[in-house]
Design a protein around this ligand. Structure first.
Ligand SMILES: NC(=O)c1ccc[n+]([C@@H]2O[C@H](COP(=O)([O-])OP(=O)(O)OC[C@H]3O[C@@H](n4cnc5c(N)ncnc54)[C@H](O)[C@@H]3O)[C@@H](O)[C@H]2O)c1
Length: 360
């Protein structure tokens, strides 16, 4: 069992990475406040695979779950679904001290977190992440959100959980494609913060992530430590937390240009890391060979690194200009000097276009 404390200034909470599901000495008091009653939000896939085991475990630690299930996938992260869940909580007579437990990937976590932050102006919340991406990234740091027809994650709050309970055993049923998505985010931590993560990520077999015994647990723990550290230094995403955008500036643009079809988030981030590293090399920020290193690791894990056909440099720059995280005239990138060292750099769109054209 590994434990990391996330410190937000106003609140601290543990992220527990465990080889067993819900084996704790004690529960945070806030979770037992409503005589143990709690609302579990999950999606249909996870419900089929893991819900009965999970419910049994919850009961064994004194909780009495009511389960609300959504359809799987990004299309559930919308305002209609958010309101449905809130209404169902009213019908279940959920009170101010009734905790919401998100059992799922980033979609369930973001949606359930938003509902928990809004219902009766906020109820206790727990993340139980079931995808690798959610275990290393989305369950930590308190960002919640839903998509609008105009764009992804446009409506959201910061609402930190009381705890994150991570069980590596969930990964046994996760398809290899989704494991790769998570590994792409692990590489991101390796490049921006902790080079030890790079070697560990490439040891994982996406088709059988639990094969190497404790390797996956160690990897998740190192990523959680990195995320906790960065969130602790910049809870509201105004500075250092933006290092986490590495690969995401181009990654988000690629996803949007592709209409969120045919390419997964993790794949887009993998390509984004490659091209952002090329930018860093041509600006003299990255050490020579950084991009070659990234490509080699992506190749080992079966992740893409070439720009998908049909996406031109002009489309890419336009896509970056539309990104919601943009504030001024320039486009802000998290660029890696060498593994473990990251800087934020504003690049003027016309200069970016020129560099991209020269890269080809
Ligand atoms: N809040 C944050 O800080 C943050 C950070 C990164 C990403 N995100 C968000 O996370 C979302 C993506 O998350 P995701 O990749 O986990 O997607 P997801 O939640 O859609 O899960 C992917 C698929 O895997 C299935 N699944 C989940 N766990 C499984 C398991 N153990 N076995 C088998 N199938 C399983 C799900 O049903 C779903 O079909 C995006 O909406 C993104 O915006 C949020």
């Amino acid at each position: 069992m590994k434990r990391t404390i996330v410190r937000t200034g106003t609140k601290s909470y543990p992220v527990i990475v465990h080889e067993a599901l819900l084996e704790f000495d004690s529960l945070p008091e806030q979770l037992l406040g409503d005589d143990g009653r709690c609302i579990v939000i999950t999606d249909e896939n996870i419900a089929e695979l893991h819900l009965s085991h999970f419910e049994k475990k919850l009961r064994s630690i004194g909780l009495k779950p009511k389960v609300l299930t959504i359809a799987p996938g990004e299309t559930s992260k919308n305002s209609r679904q958010m309101l449905n869940l809130a209404q169902e909580m009213v019908w279940q007579e959920a009170r101010r001290n009734t905790p919401v437990i998100a059992l799922g990937g980033g979609v369930v976590g973001d949606l359930a977190g938003l509902v928990a932050s809004l219902y009766l102006r906020g109820v206790p919340f727990v993340q139980v992440p079931t995808t690798l991406l959610a275990q290393v990234d989305s369950s930590i740091g308190g960002k919640t959100g839903i998509d609008l027809p105009e764009g992804k994650n446009l409506l959201g709050t910061f609402w930190h959980p009381e705890a994150v309970w991570t069980w590596v055993g969930f990964l046994k049923t996760l398809p290899a494609k989704q494991v790769r998505e998570g590994l792409s985010e692990c590489l991101k931590y390796g490049y921006i913060m902790d080079p030890a993560i790079l070697e560990r990520s490439t040891l994982i077999d996406p088709k059988n992530p639990l094969a190497e015994g404790n390797e996956i647990m160690e990897l998740i723990h190192l990523c959680v430590e990195s995320k906790a550290r960065i969130v602790g230094q910049d809870v509201t995403d105004k500075g250092k937390r933006q290092f986490l955008y590495f690969g995401h500036r181009f990654g988000h643009a690629i996803e949007a240009i592709a209409g969120y079809k045919g390419i997964t988030h993790g794949e887009a981030v993998a390509i984004g890391m490659t091209y952002e590293s090329l930018i860093a090399e041509s600006l003299g920020i990255a050490t020579t060979g950084m991009t070659a290193d990234i490509k080699e690791r992506l190749r080992t894990l079966g992740l893409p690194y070439a720009m998908p056909r049909g996406i031109t440099v002009e489309m890419l720059v336009e896509g970056c200009k539309r990104d919601k995280k943009r504030t001024g005239e320039g486009i802000r990138f998290a660029l890696v000097r060498q593994p473990g060292q990251c800087v934020l750099e504003e690049i003027d769109p016309s200069k970016l276009l020129k560099i991209l054209r020269s890269i080809g």
